[in-house]
Design a protein around this ligand. Sequence first.
Ligand SMILES: [Fe+2]
Length: 321
Amino acid sequence: MNVLGIDEITLGAGDLPTCRRFFLDWGLNLAEESPTRLVFESLNGCRVIVAHSDTPGLPAGMEPDPTLREVVWGVDSEDGLQHLARKLRAQPGFFEKDGRIGCTDPNGLAVRLQRSRKREIALDCARTNTWGERSRIDQASPAYDRATPIEVGHVVLFTTDLEACSRFYQDLLGFVVSDRYPGRGHFLRCGPRGGHHDLFLLQPPEPRRGLNHVAFAVRDVHEVFGGGMHMSRQGWTTELGPGRHPISSAIFWYVVSPAGALVEYYTDEDELTEAWQPREFTPGPTVFAEWAIKGGIDGHTRRQVNAEPPSGRFMTDKPKP
Ligand SMILES: [Fe+2]
């Protein structure tokens, strides 16, 4: 296993001031900025770059902007990088420069590899008391006013050739299939051991190439809720969330992004090993989400959007109808 995960993504967009406000609200740190380029960092040093669509040298998108223009995958070692360079040499657009190798995947997306620049970090995360295991003693569970994402955990791409694209990541980069919608979607992880997916390739019935969403890992379920409600308070639109994926088990919250498609807060995804047997599913709304809230939770009332706001100090203050 050489590829560890996503080190950096670049999004192409036309409205950088809105993207700046959005990703600061999302919880990223603005590390560098110029009129045509914003460089954000998550907690472990994973970078999210928003480049103006007109930037010279920006790799072509799979679809018109705003969208994903490039994904940089982190590799474990220099030997690992050289091993991957040999495997990718025959691919379209191959280059090797300044510690990065790159090519174009069968979907038309710019793929780059570098020695991972992400940092190991230790974080306090919520402990959970279950019936059989009490791990939070004399301690209240945390609540978050907003999220500070740890890293980009996965990207989800629409593809017009699922098989070719999936083969590229499996055969050349060593990715492993975690689960499948046969003929429709492959959940891929970077290697045998790791989180459920680093990449999900989706071939919709209406042929389409492009970005579906970029997902950011957060510490725990409470940070998903706190982050989503903060985005709601700042006026951004929730597509769906909170909710839970039956495939991967993750708790999620999707927000509409001015830099293209959706962004997702997620936590508590399945951790897999060599022993995991890929499963097959038929697409459907309840397979996508075991449960979910359309439009999200209002950040002020802390209730479902458009639900009646709370009154009184306790629920029992309400007179009986
Ligand atoms: Fe996701």
